[in-house]
Design a protein. Structure first.
Lengths: 111, 115
């Protein structure tokens, strides 16, 4: 089955700097890669997703890149703000409909 | 508010007991997913239903079972509870065909504490 690994597990950045989280996946048949943000005590919410026929997708300060050859995808947050502090989860969907999540990255934006 | 309703919000019980967690998906969504989130852990996929049928299964223990009813609400049953079952259990729903490549809308979760 699909295995998704996420790095780093914690990330501390200065406000205004960029944050990058990287995920690798094992199943070359994976075709859908969403990112979810979970604020403290809240439910996970989708912030951006990318499908295997696209190499990059942007939404304001957030972007995701996908490298199918290397089987990794990354989340980029530019101009970080305190409200970006949260746990971010990547996920991959391979055969069998299962959406497998990475272990999460705790991002702390220091003012 | 995601539109996904989970009850109860909190559940405290003892080892060996059985509990039922309930989830009502967003109006119109046919797919329901169950995830387990332990302290400082990621989201572990348990099981998915689509329009009453089991669609995908994750690392769900044999002590756990689930079903989706004709009105599309779902229940997750946890039996012979152990201390390690203490976790936050999320339900999520999605529109579309339930193939796993759709946006998930999560409920607020049920916090289970086994003492």
């Amino acid at each position: 089955g699909e295995n998704v690994e996420q790095h780093p597990s914690t990330l501390s950045v200065q406000e205004g700097d960029s944050a990058v989280i990287k995920c690798t996946y094992s199943d070359s048949a994976s075709n859908y890669f969403p990112w979810y943000k979970q604020e403290l005590g809240k439910r996970p919410q989708l912030i951006i997703d990318i499908r295997s026929n696209v190499g990059e997708k942007k939404d304001q300060r957030i972007a995701v890149t996908l490298n199918k050859t290397a089987k990794h995808f990354s989340l980029h947050i530019t101009e970080t703000q305190p409200e970006d502090s949260a746990v971010y989860f990547c996920a991959g969907k391979a055969a069998g409909n299962k959406l497998t999540f990475g272990g999460g990255t705790r991002v702390l934006v220091k003012p | 508010d995601s539109g996904v309703t989970q009850t109860p919000k909190h559940l405290i019980t003892a080892t060996g007991q059985r509990v039922t967690l309930r989830c009502s998906p967003r109006s119109g969504d046919l797919s329901v997913y169950w995830y387990q989130q332990s302290l400082d852990q990621g989201l572990q996929f348990l099981i998915q239903y689509y329009n009453g049928e089991e669609r995908a299964k994750g690392n769900i223990l044999e002590r756990f079972s689930a079903q989706q009813f004709p009105d599309l609400h779902s229940e997750l049953n946890l039996s012979s509870l152990e201390l390690g079952d203490s976790a936050l259990y999320f339900c999520a729903s999605s529109a579309g065909t339930g193939l796993g490549d759709e946006k998930l809308f999560f409920g607020s979760g049920t916090q289970l504490s086994v003492l």
